[in-house]
Design a protein around this ligand. Structure first.
Ligand code: HEC
Length: 140
């Protein structure tokens, strides 16, 4: 009888650690993919203007570093990508180029690229989710 209890406990323990090991691994893979695809979207659609390090091009395209557009209100930030932007000042400077609308990107791509810029170039701001983008797109 004792033997069965010990074996039973052992089995439960093994199962538990196998499940949690797997779950942990899944989480890490998911995060890696999300960060990567945000970077990929950035490289394909934003880098040409805003540059690899987010520093922009003087007088043409604004930097994405430590400014209120990137770090501030997430709704306004999502709208920049969905609708494009022109004629505003960024940190007291104006830029002659125009930011084109990127509404052809999926909710997930927009969420990932915005999360990427909010966590890169020394920026630290919260995640943008596909659901948040979807909601803004529906209001357009
Ligand atoms: C054709 C060049 C171009 C491309 C491509 C482009 N942008 Fe922009 N972006 C601009 C310009 C120019 C402005 C400023 C517009 C203004 O002066 O009103 C801007 C403004 C912004 C702003 C708000 C101001 C700031 O500096 O924080 C954000 C955020 C932004 N862009 C993110 C992106 C993201 C993300 C992508 C890719 C999905 C992207 N941009 C693609 C040119 C571009």
């Amino acid at each position: 009888m004792f033997k069965y209890i010990v074996t039973g406990l052992l089995l439960v323990g093994m199962l538990g650690s196998a499940v949690s090991a797997r779950y942990g691994q899944k989480n890490t893979i998911h995060k890696a993919i999300q960060a990567d695809s945000g970077q990929l979207v950035y490289e394909n659609y934003c880098l040409a203007c805003h540059q690899e390090d987010g520093s922009g091009v003087p007088n043409l395209n604004p930097p994405l570093i430590q400014n209120e557009w990137v770090l501030g209100d997430s709704v306004r930030l999502i709208k920049v990508v969905l609708n494009g932007l022109k004629g505003v000042e960024v940190a007291g400077e104006s830029y002659s180029n125009e930011m084109p609308s990127h509404d052809f990107l999926s909710d997930k791509d927009i969420a990932n690229v915005l999360t990427y810029i909010r966590k890169s170039f020394g920026n630290k701001a919260s995640v943008i989710t596909p659901a948040m983008v979807k909601m803004q797109r529906a209001k357009k």
